[in-house]
Ligand binder design. Structure first.
Ligand code: NI
Length: 159
């Protein structure tokens, strides 16, 4: 097991669109386990592979109801909208109010390569949408207006 370093803004990998995983191998399984361990050590509720420098569509989430490991996650249904404050391990010190769907259905492959569909609401739905943003190169600061975004960037850079 490896301890992974979490990349912080403005690391350019956080802006890359993660590559789709064609086959789930032992390498992906190990990566998902290392990511979960890193998420727990950092006391986060989710982590995407790009945050630890891996250009693959892998994400882990745990909002207190158990660990979910996702490969190539795609949201297939969205319902409602809710605004709530979020933080991000890659944007330390920044909290941003983000409007997201209240309820989602997400489709993904699990670590055995089986296709799963999960219906999520509330914090879990929010965490999954946040991680999917990471996989397409989007960060919470992108939801801010220009002035607030500039201030948040400055705060993150200062650490
Ligand atoms: Ni994040």
């Amino acid at each position: 097991m490896a301890d992974l370093k979490i990349n912080k803004f403005p690391d350019p990998i956080l802006r890359s669109k993660a590559a789709k995983v064609t086959k789930v191998t032992q390498a992906e399984k190990d990566m998902l386990s290392d990511m979960a361990r890193t998420m727990y050590l950092s006391q986060g509720v989710g982590l995407a592979a790009v945050q630890v420098g891996i250009d693959k569509q892998l994400a882990v989430v745990d909002v207190g109801d158990g660990l979910i490991k996702m490969v190539n996650p795609v949201i297939v249904k969205k319902e409602g909208a809710e605004a709530c404050e979020e933080g991000c391990l890659s944007c330390p010190g920044a909290t941003v109010t983000v409007e997201r769907a209240k309820k989602i259905v997400v489709s993904f492959m699990n670590e055995d390569g089986d296709v799963k569909e999960l219906t999520a609401e509330g914090l879990l739905a929010r965490a999954i949408q946040h991680e999917l943003d990471h996989l397409s190169g989007k960060l919470i600061i992108d939801y801010l207006g220009p002035i607030k975004k500039m201030l948040a960037k400055r705060k993150i850079r200062k650490g």
